[in-house]
Design a protein around this ligand. Structure first.
Ligand code: BTN
Length: 319
C-alpha cells in the first residue's frame, strides 16, 4: 500500500486527492491517512492541502521495500522484496529464507552488511547509506551445471540497469565484474545449494558501489562508485528496480535454451576483454592470449599467443 501510494504521488506533478488514492487502491480514507503518516515518519516530505490532496515534495534515498516496489515493474523478480536495516550478508539471509520456504524471486536488500562476502572467500566492505547490497533467490528447474551461467546473466542485467538509471556505461570484465573507467563498480557472488542432479536454490548477490564518495587508499586505484563516475548521487532504489527488470527479461531468454546462446551477442557487446590481451591465471601455469568472446556456456574463448587453437577458459581468473 505504501508502495502504491508512492507510485501515485510520483506519477503526479501536482496534487493527488485522497479520494483518488482511495478509489485507485480500493482502500478507506483512514487507511490512506495512516499510510501517509508512516511515509512521513520514513522521511518523505508530503504536503497535504485541504481540497487539493497530497503532494510529494522530497523523498529520502532509501532502499526500503516500499521505495523499491513503487518503482519495480516485474512479474516475479523482487516479489516479495524484503528490506533489512542490517544483516550479516544478504546472500546468507536469502539462503536462510530459502531453507525456510521463501519463494523463487524473493529479493533481500540490506542497508548495511556486517559480514559482506566477496568471491574467493574475500570480504566485501558494505557500509550503510551509500551502497546497494542485495540478493535474489532463485529456485530454477535446470541442472546444477547450468547455474554458473546465471552470474553472466546478472552481469548483463546490472550493466543495463546502471545504464538505464544513471546513463553511465558499465562494461563487463569476464565473467561478472562491472567496470567503469577501468575501475570496479560492482561485484557479483552466486552461490548454490544442490544435489548432483537437482538445484535446491541459487542466490545471486550483487554489490554496487552506488553513492560511496571515497574509498580507502588501498582500494581507490581499483574501485569506483556511480557517484564518483557521474558526479551525482544516484537514486539507489531506481538502480535496483532497473537491474531486476533487466534480469527478469534476460533470465526468460536464458530459460529458452538453458544456455547463453540467445544472449551471447549482447554479453559480448559489453565485454571489455573482447579482442584484448588476457593473462589466464591457470593453476597449472599462467598463459597469455587474446579474448575472442564467450561460448554458449559462458566460458571465455581465448586465442593463445603461440597461435594454437582457441581454448575455452572456465575457471581461474583472467587479468
Ligand atoms: C566479488 O568479490 O566481486 C563479489 C562481491 C559480491 C558482494 C555482494 S553484496 C550483496 C551480496 N551479499 C554478500 O555478502 N555478497 C554479495
Amino acid at each position: 500500500m505504501k508502495a502504491r501510494i508512492l507510485q501515485l504521488l510520483r506519477e503526479q506533478e501536482g496534487y493527488v486527492s485522497g479520494q483518488d488514492i482511495c478509489r485507485q487502491l480500493s482502500v478507506s480514507r483512514t487507511a490512506v491517512w495512516k499510510a501517509i503518516g508512516q511515509l512521513k515518519e520514513d522521511g518523505y516530505v508530503i504536503e497535504a492541502v485541504q481540497n487539493k490532496g497530497y503532494h510529494l515534495l522530497e523523498a529520502p534515498d532509501v532502499v526500503t521495500e516500499a521505495e523499491i516496489l513503487s518503482r519495480l515493474h516485474t512479474a516475479w523478480a523482487g516479489h516479495p522484496t524484503v528490506f533489512l536495516e542490517k544483516t550479516d550478508s544478504t546472500n546468507n539471509e536469502a539462503k536462510r529464507r530459502a531453507e525456510a520456504g521463501a519463494a523463487h524471486g524473493t529479493l533481500v536488500v540490506a542497508e548495511l552488511q556486517e559480514a559482506g562476502k566477496g568471491r574467493r572467500g574475500r570480504c566485501w566492505t558494505s557500509p550503510g547509506g551509500t551502497g546497494i547490497w542485495m540478493t535474489l533467490l532463485l529456485k530454477p528447474d535446470f541442472s546444477p551445471s547450468q547455474a554458473s551461467m546465471l552470474t553472466l546473466v546478472a552481469a548483463m542485467a546490472v550493466a543495463d540497469g546502471i545504464g538505464r538509471a544513471t546513463g553511465l556505461d558499465a562494461g563487463i570484465k569476464w565473467p561478472n565484474d562491472l567496470v567503469i573507467g577501468g575501475k570496479k563498480v560492482c561485484g557479483i557472488l552466486t552461490e548454490m545449494s544442490a544435489e548432483p542432479d537437482y538445484i535446491n536454490h541459487v542466490v545471486i548477490g550483487i554489490g554496487i558501489n552506488a553513492n560511496i564518495e571515497e574509498f580507502p587508499e588501498e582500494l581507490s586505484e581499483r574501485a569506483t562508485s556511480l557517484f564518483l563516475e557521474s558526479g551525482k548521487r544516484v537514486c539507489r532504489a531506481e538502480v535496483i528496480a532497473r537491474v531486476w527488470e533487466a534480469f527478469e527479461k534476460y533470465y526468460e531468454e536464458f530459460l529458452k535454451t538453458a544456455d547463453l546462446s540467445p544472449l551471447k551477442e549482447v554479453y559480448e557487446s559489453r565485454l571489455l576483454n573482447m579482442d584484448q590481451a588476457v593473462c589466464v591465471l591457470d593453476p597449472k601455469g599462467e598463459w597469455k592470449g587474446i579474448a575472442r568472446g564467450i561460448d554458449e556456456n559462458g566460458r571465455l574463448l581465448v586465442e593463445p599467443e603461440n597461435g594454437k587453437r582457441i581454448k575455452t577458459v572456465d575457471s581461474g581468473e583472467v587479468s
